[in-house]
Write a protein that binds this ligand. Structure first.
Ligand code: NI
Length: 138
């Protein structure tokens, strides 16, 4: 962690009161951590928008009985092997599978992978967790 730096911020009383209520609900114990997290959230968003090296995860929910679905999912993942660092498959019940794909690499390529998986017929739900390699956000 880099050196700590103190700075003053002027905001309306109303906004500060709302912020304090919000961070209390979110279990923050002080404003500094909450403000730091908001700043890091914006920095991570920027990393994604600018096509930087990122990390994250994609989750998929699908019925493995659907015709050809497994082949299609595997095919797409092989096409994006440069950004996929690991895949975990969980059999949720008799029909439904959860797949968690860990990602590290270029953000644009990751978004293309996400779109390709989302468009496969029979895939019920897909999420993209946009996180960071942690290097640019202190
Ligand atoms: Ni399964």
């Amino acid at each position: 962690m880099s050196q700590l730096f103190r700075f003053g911020v002027s905001l309306s009383k109303n906004l500060v009161e709302k912020f304090d209520r919000l961070i209390k609900e979110k279990k923050y114990t002080n404003r500094s951590k909450a403000i730091g997290d908001l700043i890091r959230q914006e920095l991570v968003k920027k990393e994604w928008e600018e096509g930087k090296k990122i990390a994250g995860a994609i989750t998929l929910i699908y019925n493995h009985h659907k015709r050809e679905i497994l082949n299609k999912i595997i095919h797409v993942q092989h096409n994006f092997n440069k950004v996929i660092i690991s895949t975990q498959h969980i059999h949720l019940d008799h029909n439904n599978c959860l797949e968690i794909i860990a990602i590290k690499g270029n953000s644009k390529e990751t978004q293309e992978l996400f779109d390709a998986l989302k468009s496969i017929k029979g895939v019920k739900h897909v999420t993209l967790n946009m996180s960071s390699t942690g290097r640019g956000i202190d």
